[in-house]
Design a protein around this ligand. Structure first.
Ligand code: PLP
Ligand code: CA
Length: 304
């Protein structure tokens, strides 16, 4: 039992698994693409699953784009059948959370990219407008009185002033503190990395003495969004495919889904094996049920 999981599967075993499941959840970066490039074979796999009548959805912690941009990206990369309602991004799910769960009344102060703000506005959630005043400082800037939530996502135009304003808003215990995701960093090509929004959230957690509510993986909320938009989703019929143990595999475990690690992204099989042999039982939630080198390993299963 201590060595349950991490099963490297191939050939006929993959075919049996794909036939057994009817709902596939794919992480994007590291599984489907690397940045702007398709992971070879991913489009063929996704197209084949959809054509066989399987349900396919995408769950990404990337909050920087609205869903329409993902539809365009899928099309551009050769995924012919992916539609808006199959895309669950941390920005879209944050908008649903603010609108439908906490029913926020008032404005949201957003640390994040334009795409995150666009997704919120589309859901009818008013965001604080950022004034473009180069002389503004925390001493002379205006604070908006009716800010009812601070939402932190990936922000490539982060400034100290934004952090300072967010910290001020968070002094009000009635002001919610949300994070699109808690990812620590992201790989870029050439061995470089980007700090993830988890690092920005950590800064605000220290400054405010509060803990953010995380919307994206590994939190269960994205699966609740999927369940409420597709009728009759049975966790036992789902397979969550991802490349990062601490987000994707934990998300799958948290939601009661079978999990598969692909080795085209962040996590290595040795890390999964380490979690598997750990004495700490909470570490077992990071262990994938199955491991493949790449989702292109699914392709032979579609051949007659
Ligand atoms: N957030 C940002 C800003 C990213 O660049 C990435 C990956 O490139 C992610 C999140 C992680 O996305 P995913 O959950 O699809 O791996
Ligand atoms: Ca990923």
């Amino acid at each position: 039992f201590a060595f349950k999981g991490c099963q490297k599967i191939r050939g006929a075993q993959i075919r049996v698994l794909l036939e057994a499941k009817d709902f596939f959840l794919f992480d994007c970066d590291g599984v489907i693409w690397h940045g702007e490039n398709e992971i070879t074979g991913a489009a063929k796999v996704v197209n084949a699953l959809i054509r066989r009548g399987k349900n396919v959805v995408f769950v990404t912690n990337n909050s920087t784009r609205p869903r329409e941009n993902y539809v365009n990206k899928f099309t551009r990369l050769g995924f012919t059948d992916v539609m808006l309602d199959q895309i669950f991004s941390s920005s879209y799910c944050s908008a649903l959370y603010l609108r439908d769960v906490v029913k926020v009344r008032g404005q949201v102060f957003v640390i994040g990219c334009e795409g995150l703000r666009r997704e919120l506005l589309e859901a009818g959630i008013p965001c604080v407008e950022e004034a473009d005043d180069p002389d503004a400082t925390i001493y002379n800037c205006d604070l908006t009185p009716d800010v009812k939530a601070v939402l932190v996502g990936h922000d490539d135009k982060l400034t100290f002033l934004k952090l300072a304003k967010a910290t001020c808003y968070l002094r009000d215990p009635e002001c919610l503190f949300l994070a699109t995701d808690n990812d620590p960093w992201h790989p870029l090509s050439g061995g470089r990395i980007l700090p993830g929004s988890g690092s920005l959230t950590a800064a605000l957690e220290v400054a405010s003495g509060r803990k953010a509510t995380v919307i994206g993986k590994p939190s269960r909320f994205m699966f609740e969004c999927i369940s409420s938009q597709f009728s009759g989703v049975d966790p036992a019929q789902c397979l969550m495919v991802g490349d990062r143990l601490e987000t994707d595999m934990l998300f799958g475990s948290n939601c009661g889904l079978d999990t598969m690690l692909t080795l085209t992204g962040v996590s290595q099989i040795e890390e999964a094996q380490e979690y598997r042999s750990s004495d700490l039982s909470t570490n077992h939630s990071y262990v994938p049920d199955y491991v493949v080198d790449t989702i292109a390993d699914f392709l032979p299963a579609f051949e007659e």
